[in-house]
Design a protein around this ligand. Structure first.
Ligand code: DAH
Length: 329
């Protein structure tokens, strides 16, 4: 019996001393393995008397159970230490918040253009695109804007050379389309235009949507009908719309439209008119047979009114705090 007590003591101290999983396994085999010390004892007591057998086997069994338990406990302890060391080495800070993947949102100008396109598509317009690098003829001359006309200066044009320029208006596309197509014509051109101008309502690049209808009996009331319906559709029926007589060399009569929402300051958002007979002549369309009306919408102005934005420059600063307010639509 004494020897068994000694063994139990050495088992305990061996387990306590073992400091790796491998080492612990060696100890497990030493005591619990087939050829281990505990099994050797079981074998020894075979020859004992029945009474002694009972006594000894009870004690040995308890030692065995205790050993198993102690080894398992130690194993858990060693694994925990190992895990802690591993985590320290890999330097994972599990308390660090995850990296959020933010959904993008569509730019308010793109949303505005899409919305306007949808309206005009529904009432039978086609969508056409054109070059941003234009020539003097399409941007000015063919639109009846003579070389000496002051409106040329007011456009603050970016010139490449004496002929090529960044288009200052999408109206140049009226010419390009009428040169190619035969009436009836009904299209819009969304696109970028450029003028050397910058303040809270002007940026050097901005967007316009040009519209043109050429047909046999187009008149000013057709134009007004379209503009009114378009603006009511875009802003809702409580918008106040003001048609103001104006002047553009390529339309006669000409008008500008001012919009005010909730009695706030009005903003000019488009120009329009009946296409000048000289412009039709420039593209070989008989102005006795056909008439045409046109309009040019300022997209940024529309978006500013719709979203209540005070400064046009916000659109192009690419500040995510601004852009992420516009949900993907
Ligand atoms: N192109 C003009 C501008 O940029 C706007 C405009 C006025 C377009 C009258 C038109 C129009 O089609 O008929 O200021």
């Amino acid at each position: 019996m004494l020897i068994l007590k000694k063994i139990l003591k050495s088992i305990k101290s061996d387990i306590k001393k073992s400091n790796t999983i491998e080492n612990l396994e060696v100890i497990r085999l030493k005591y619990l393995g087939k050829k281990g010390i505990i099994n050797a004892f079981f074998k020894k007591i075979k020859n004992f008397s029945l009474k002694q057998k009972k006594e000894y086997s009870y004690v040995i069994n308890n030692i065995k159970l205790e050993t198993v338990e102690k080894i398992n406990q130690k194993k858990i302890q060693l694994n925990t230490i190992l895990f802690d060391q591993k985590i320290k080495k890999e330097n994972i800070d599990v308390s660090l918040p995850g990296r959020r993947i933010r959904n993008g949102s569509r730019h308010p100008i793109a949303t505005t253009i899409n919305y306007i396109q949808d309206f005009f598509l529904k009432i039978g317009f086609q969508i056409v695109k054109g070059p941003e690098i234009e020539d003097e003829y399409h941007n000015f001359d063919a639109l009846n804007i003579s070389k000496t006309h002051p409106s040329r200066d007011s456009h603050d044009t970016f010139w490449f050379d004496s002929n090529k320029l960044l288009r200052t208006q999408t109206s140049s596309m009226q010419i390009r389309v009428m040169e190619k197509e035969k009436p009836p014509i009904r299209f819009i051109v969304p696109g970028k235009v450029y003028r050397n101008d910058c303040d809270s309502t002007h940026t050097p690049m901005f967007h316009q949507i040009e519209g043109l209808i050429v047909d046999t009996k187009v008149n000013f009331s057709n134009l007004k009908w379209i503009i009114y319906n378009f603006l009511y559709n875009f802003f809702g029926k409580y918008v106040s719309i003001k048609f103001r007589p104006s002047y553009f060399p390529f339309t006669v009569p000409s008008a500008e439209v001012d919009i005010s929402i909730n009695n706030r300051d009005s903003l000019e958002i488009l120009g329009c008119g009946m296409v000048h007979p000289q412009v039709l002549k420039n593209v070989n369309i008989d102005s006795h047979m056909y008439s045409a009306c046109a309009f040019g919408i300022g997209v940024e102005r529309m978006a500013m009114l719709r979203y209540g934005i005070a400064d046009i420059r916000y659109f192009f600063e690419n500040d995510l705090r601004f852009l992420s307010q516009f949900k993907y639509k």
